[in-house]
Design a protein around this ligand. Structure first.
Ligand SMILES: *Cc1c(COP(=O)(O)O)cnc(C)c1O
Length: 428
């Protein structure tokens, strides 16, 4: 597999290099040189999740890793299903939260851990990542206990749900968590600063497990195929997929799936009031505003760092950006959508409900709709309980972590202070 840096096209890397480096020069994102149209998509859709996903990822990775090895990685990473549920006539929910940390980021996080182990030269690696809530948990659990890999996770203090925090800040061992006095964009800026520091990068074997790492996106391509495979064949022609978006990795993966030949008519980019992308699609002007805290906090991102990949993909495929649906949803509207879904007999948290809300507004009579449920409702228990006046049950993994003490360090958004922590971790 060959990839190039979107910002500096002369930087070309292999899959192994892209996985190890995360980001290219000048903070450029890596993008696949070729997107092989899969030959027999209908045949693939007949296969089971792991078999099909191995075939897709092997086609992408090419001869760098043997198909059997890719299969073993997928098998280890995708140990849980991604079922679709019928919510009402012509509308399905794709449940991506059956993994160990109850959010879709388990797919990307776990496949990235497998990929990194597969391409590692055995030296010490420090994974540095910023999280708006769910990446942290997925990455922490995916790497927990792995040899020669230390994980440092930055998150905005007080801006993620208490249960989210419990899920990844209670592990200890090779997992180090830092609560930053700032918002998610501040955390992301610190990560970028660290990557720009060539000396530090070398010294601690820096790697990122953000959605910027290509292996994460590649894993996510697979559940779009899994979703379509479950939609009755008669409804597959006019499929519209609505993606609740923050950093836009999930939507990038969906569009990549379409580029590989998955029959999806169109996508909808659904956001909360942090609506840089919907406004951009409307006006053509990229004008991020300060991030606003919402009840769908994993989408509180005003400078989505995967967006350049979407632009690049649309350029390569000559897809007009105007073909992308869009919509921004307030907390009041997402609460109303949670209630509406509850009346339909479907329990949903605000991120998924935002995707439902925009889909429901824009779905045409002859179309079938699919919205992505990115987290288990219990992961946002406080919000969901509040909206529904309920007391929803915690699934076992959450209940277990909820009882453990937090182990996070606390830090101002100051790069020098972060460097001290990174060096301490590396020295351990
Ligand atoms: C991370 C996250 C999102 C946003 O996904 P992106 O790929 O960053 O757009 C949406 N919902 C939940 C629950 C998340 O954790």
């Amino acid at each position: 597999m060959k990839l190039y840096n979107i910002k500096e096209n002369d930087e070309q890397v292999s899959f192994a290099q892209a996985v190890r480096q995360g980001l290219g020069r000048n903070q450029g994102l890596f993008f696949p040189e070729a997107l092989p149209a899969l030959s027999d998509v209908d045949g693939l859709l007949e296969q089971d999740f792991v078999t099909r996903s191995s075939a897709i990822l092997s086609a992408l990775i090419g001869d760098e890793l043997a198909p059997e090895q890719v299969s073993a990685m997928v098998d280890a990473a995708f140990q849980f299903p991604a079922p679709i549920k019928s919510v009402k006539e012509g509308v399905y929910a794709l449940e991506l939260f059956h993994g160990p940390t109850l959010a879709f980021k388990d797919f990307g996080g776990r496949f990235m851990a497998q990929s990194l182990a597969a391409v590692s030269d055995g030296g010490k690696i420090t994974i540095l990542t910023a999280t708006s809530g769910d990446t942290g948990a997925a990455v922490a659990h995916a790497f927990y206990g792995m040899e020669n890999i230390n994980v440092v996770i930055l998150y905005p203090k007080g801006k993620i749900s208490p249960l989210q925090e419990k899920l990844f800040c209670t592990l200890g061992g090779n997992i180090h968590t830092v609560a930053i006095n700032g918002d998610f964009d501040a955390c992301q800026a610190l990560v970028k600063q660290a990557f720009d520091d060539a000396e530090l990068r070398q010294e601690i074997g820096l790697n990122s497990a953000n959605s910027i790492n290509i292996s994460r996106l590649m894993a996510q391509i697979c559940y779009y195929f899994e979703a379509v495979a479950q939609v009755p064949a008669a409804q597959r022609d006019n499929l519209v997929v609505s993606v609740p978006s923050g950093n836009f990795g999930n939507l990038t993966a969906g569009l990549l799936a379409k580029a590989l030949g998955l029959p999806i008519k169109r996508f909808i980019a659904a956001t909360n009031v942090n609506d840089t992308v919907p406004r951009y699609l409307e006006t053509g002007r990229w004008e991020p505003k300060p991030t606003i805290a919402t009840t769908s906090n994993a989408m509180d991102v005003s400078q989505p760092n995967n967006w350049p990949r979407i632009e690049e993909l649309c350029r390569v495929k000559t897809w007009g950006l105007e073909t992308l649906g869009k919509g921004a949803v307030t907390d009041e509207q997402s609460a109303a959508a949670v209630r509406e879904l509850n009346q339909l007999g479907y329990l949903c948290e605000p991120h998924g409900a935002i995707a439902y809300q925009v889909l429901n507004q824009q779905l045409q009579a002859d179309e079938t709709g699919l919205f992505l449920c990115t987290a288990h409702p219990a992961k946002f228990k406080e919000v969901v309980d509040d909206i529904l006046g309920a007391d929803i049950e915690l699934p076992a993994p959450l209940a277990k972590h909820a009882k453990l003490p937090l182990l996070s360090a606390e830090l101002d958004a100051d790069f020098d202070a972060l460097k001290v922590i990174l060096r301490q971790v590396q020295a351990k």
